[in-house]
Design a protein around this ligand. Structure first.
Ligand SMILES: [Zn+2]
Length: 402
């Protein structure tokens, strides 16, 4: 078989086993790339193949690679890498995280692509989002893989420039159409066969049925905030580097991920809905834990119209709504920002009827969780998520402690 025949047969293998991915698989342009040590892709559905390196691979192995590469493109991994501000030092760890997000579906039926990370390699469970694998996953030692800019958005040396016309590669608008077509194929395949992989099904549902679900929005916003803070790695001499054995006389700095400190400022004025407050607190609690924030790194400040210091409480169940007029959250936000150690992220839970500090606190990210149907918007420097009442009244809500 020559190179063209190998690619054709691998693509047919992939389209036969993953029929709902056909629109994406047949959009691929194959490009010869010597010495890249495998297969990689760019953001324009161009798959770069090192034919010498892969000469002994079966159609199935090459086909799995194609499914893997189009999965990077469909799930928008390059866009998501830009969204969390990925830096070059973390590229390989990010590739492992996005690979884990893809491969847990693939290995249900086939072998994973060569040298590509699985959730277990990062010491985490399956079915998580790449951002979770990135923040909470262990780094793989001694092994890495570069799937190209399709996975991380940073063009590699072997990649061709962005396409000027249709025949050079898939452009952004066309890529969006391919994504929607594939998502719709996955949903109809699920209806007729019921065996679409869980991860792809979740992706397709999210793309085509974007319900305004405050839990999802809050989750994405909070995870992004935590990932940005954790991504700001610093070199620390506190723990010896693993490379230290190579140079025993010199103490090398080790790369240490920061655990973000989070403060929650909670509006306790009487106008708040107690049930929504409990729901929001339990959601935030779970999201922080799943994003890798330790519970002892979270402080809760309560704040109503009373002047005076904000109270520090140990558990959400200690929060009680008090009577009285309006709210002034500036006191609570100031108390949180000025506390030592200074928080990286302040989450403000309020019905929005409050004055805000005139300016953004320095080096502290602020997120507002706004309870109720039409809360007044917070200032521009605050990222807001509106939490609406979506469940029937009378649902029992347990109290959760931080
Ligand atoms: Zn990959």
């Amino acid at each position: 078989m020559n190179q063209v025949e190998r690619m054709t047969s691998a693509r047919l293998w992939a389209a036969y086993h993953y029929p709902y991915l056909a629109s994406a698989l047949f959009a691929i342009r194959f490009i010869d790339a010597d010495n890249i040590g495998g297969v990689a892709a760019d953001e324009h559905f161009r798959v770069y193949v090192d034919h010498e390196y892969t000469s002994s691979w079966s159609s199935q192995s090459l086909g799995v690679e194609m499914v893997h590469q189009v999965s990077h493109l469909l799930r928008g991994h390059a866009f998501r890498a830009r969204e969390i501000g990925l830096v070059e030092d973390d590229v390989f760890h990010w590739v492992d995280a996005v690979d884990a997000e893809i491969n847990d579906d693939l290995i249900e039926n086939h072998a994973a692509p060569v040298n590509s990370a699985l959730p277990v390699d990062l010491k985490l469970a399956s079915s998580l989002f790449a951002e979770e694998y990135f923040v909470n996953g262990e780094r793989r030692a001694g092994q890495h893989r570069d799937c190209g800019s399709a996975a991380h958005g940073d063009p590699r040396r072997w990649e061709e420039p962005p396409p000027l016309n249709h025949s050079d590669g898939v452009r952004t608008e066309e890529a969006d159409l391919i994504r929607r077509r594939v998502a719709s194929e996955i949903l109809s395949h699920e209806r007729s066969h019921g065996d679409s992989p869980a991860g792809l099904l979740r992706w397709a549902n999210g793309l085509l049925n974007p319900r305004v679900d405050w839990r999802r929005e809050l989750g994405a916003t909070l995870r992004r905030g935590v990932a940005e803070i954790s991504g700001a790695v610093d070199y620390s001499y506190r723990r010896p580097s693993r490379r230290a054995s190579c140079s025993p006389d010199v103490i090398l700095p080790s790369l240490r991920r920061r655990v973000p400190l989070v403060s929650v400022v909670c509006d306790t004025s009487a106008s708040m809905s107690e049930r929504l407050l409990a729901e929001a607190l339990s959601e935030i609690d779970g999201l922080l834990v799943s994003s890798g924030v330790r519970l002892d790194a979270v402080r809760v400040f309560t704040c109503d119209a009373e002047p005076g210091p904000a109270q520090l409480v140990r558990s959400a169940s200690e929060i009680t709504l008090v009577g009285g007029g309006g709210t002034d959250l500036t006191i609570g936000i100031d108390a949180a920002v000025l506390s030592v150690p200074r928080p990286d992220l302040v989450v403000v839970i309020t019905d929005g009827w409050t004055p805000w500090p005139a300016m953004a606190p320095r080096a502290v990210r602020t997120l507002a969780v706004l309870l109720g149907e039409h809360p007044p918007p917070p200032p521009d420097w605050v990222q807001g998520v509106v939490v609406e009442d979506m469940t029937p009244h009378g649902v029992k809500v347990e109290s959760h402690s931080f």
